[in-house]
Ligand binder design. Sequence first.
Ligand SMILES: [Zn+2]
Length: 216
Amino acid sequence: MTVDAHTHNLHATDALIAVEPDTFFPQPSQLYSVGIHPWHTDTITDDDLTQLRQTAQHQQVVAIGETGLDSLRGAPLGRQTEIFERHLLLAQELGKPVIIHSVRTSQQVVQCCRRLGITMRCAIHGMRGNERVAQTLIDAGFYLSFGPRFNPAAVLATPHDRLLIETDDTGMTIAQVADAIAPTLQLTASSLLAVATQNLQNFIQYTMSLIPPLRG
Ligand SMILES: [Zn+2]
């Protein structure tokens, strides 16, 4: 069962593997999210956006991302916002949820989704913000995905049905990440893995209902 909501490890199992359009080489029975990372927005071309649109329609692409806004890296925020909005509209059009990277931009991310009327599920990945930031995002309907570096108060502020876990680019296993987070919630690692598995299934459920069962 898929439990790791976000990894860049192309060989991960039980994971939603984040790729860019030009690194999407789908392997049997793997699930992917596709997007152009905010860090790579300064060199993006129209061809890249065309390739994104084509790749995003593949049946093993069950989410869009990672996409988002980063106030410390990548193109100027105005340009990042344009590209983020292209991802959001594509997600809405295709009926796929969104994996979002946000560094010191949580208000702007929420505003973009509201302005465009996005009703697809959205998850903030690599959530490191504090309790107040977490509450803003939860109130906006977002899922929060936590890795090994997290703010304990933010984890505690997250309703159990909105909580995801991830390995991202850490090289850790998802079991190790669960070991790191579970004590904060006074859960066993295996209970946390079960909760996170169910939540990730809910997160991508609508997409999964659109596509035929995967073979292989
Ligand atoms: Zn990532």
